[in-house]
Write a protein that binds this ligand. Structure first.
Ligand code: TIU
Length: 221
């Protein structure tokens, strides 16, 4: 049964069996002090607002049997997949691979790299490690989605203008219809959060749709 979601710029109906919930990078490294986000000079407390809406959408997606995909930004312990240009951005001593209070910053297998316990993946859910901001770059996400017959994505996570927006742009160009769940996303910059959502839905939905978690929950029933 198609589920109509009250979204902007206009309502969109999605089939639960052909829709995936994609939760972007809800990792300690972005949400908690001492991680990658803070190392870049950000106030990480601003991201907490997205946790409860993400939990609610995740519970609803699980209840209707939707495919759930959790992404994590990070790199191999040997950092062979970390471009020097990306590594060089932060302050010395607080860069990718450097030791921090939650382990090596943005490195797979470290405590800081993992997803926050409130949104821990359940058995059978896809956990997708990605080296970049977009979830399609150098990953098997497109193969997974096509193999499972997915054509629409509900997208939550952090940060709105960086990994969420990049992933939605990549998905849109690959033919997926994306609904960004506005309050289940957050940014270190409230103005960027607002602008990123506005960009998605502008020009008749140039990259996709935007809906608050309440509208998504109402649709998922
Ligand atoms: N810095 C920032 O806003 N975001 C990132 O580096 N990665 C994600 O958005 N996940």
């Amino acid at each position: 049964m198609p589920m109509p979601i009250d979204a902007e710029p206009y309502a969109i109906a999605v089939e639960p069996g052909r829709t995936a919930l994609v939760i972007i990078d809800m990792q300690r490294d972005f949400l908690l002090p001492g991680g990658f986000g803070e190392s870049l000079g950000n106030d990480v407390s601003l991201l907490n607002a997205a946790v409860a809406p993400c939990q609610a959408v995740l519970a609803a997606a699980r209840a209707c049997g939707m495919l759930v995909i959790h992404t994590r930004e990070g790199h191999r312990p040997d950092m062979a997949d970390c471009p020097p240009a990306k590594w060089a951005r932060g302050p010395e001593g607080m860069r990718i691979g450097d030791p921090g209070p939650m382990g090596r910053i943005l490195i797979r297998g470290e405590v800081g790299h993992d997803i926050i316990p409130e949104l821990a993946p359940a058995a059978g859910e896809v956990v997708l490690d990605k080296p970049g901001k977009g979830a399609f770059c150098a990953t098997d996400l497109d193969l997974i989605l096509r193999s499972k017959g997915i054509e629409a994505l509900l997208v939550c996570g952090v940060t709105t203008e960086v990994c969420v927006n990049t992933t939605v742009r990549e998905a849109n160009d690959r033919g997926y219809r994306c609904v960004v769940v506005s309050d289940a996303c957050a940014s270190y910059f409230p103005a960027f959060h607002a602008a990123a959502l506005a960009m998605v839905k502008a020009q008749g939905g140039i990259f996709g749709w935007v809906a608050p978690s309440g509208a998504v929950l109402a649709a998922l029933g």
